[in-house]
Design a protein around this ligand. Sequence first.
Ligand code: ADP
Length: 160
Amino acid sequence: MKTSVYPGSFDPVTNGHIDVIERALKIFDNVIVTVGDNPEKKPLFTIQERIDMLKESTKHLKNIEIDSFSGLLLNYVKSKNSKIIIRGLRAVSDFEFEFQRALLNRVVDKEVETIFIMTKEDYVYLNSSIIKEMTKFKGKVNGLVPKIVEEKLREKFNKT
Ligand code: ADP
């Protein structure tokens, strides 16, 4: 059984993330999508809110688990009996950071492989920060994020 782990901030999940998850499910028996607890990133949504949005946006998919983690990703991956980390790739801008992280993880644990999945061309420019910025200034983000995310973003920014 090949279990893969897809870590990220998912603050909030976008259609780019969903596209990567769907592609990963074609390759691996199951995918654990896990929300990283990185307070340095000053997230807009709490871990629980991000988990809830991920659950709602992936309910059409089988063989998927939504979880969260803190601390070293490699330890989390091992605790899930997995040896595969999935990362999404967009434009070249992701490359250097992802390359460094993947190689460092390999130095620390050579058993764990990082697999990169390229997103659909429609989502190459998409990231969570752009979505937050657009919603804040009342821009339209339909087609870029799941419906539930659109609603939650609207709620969040209407309160502030
Ligand atoms: P992180 O804080 O770990 O970068 P993100 O939630 O921003 O968390 O991204 C999680 C993973 O998904 C990363 O590998 C990132 O490159 C990838 N990703 C984010 N947006 C997209 C997208 N539009 N298309 C493909 N991959 C993406």
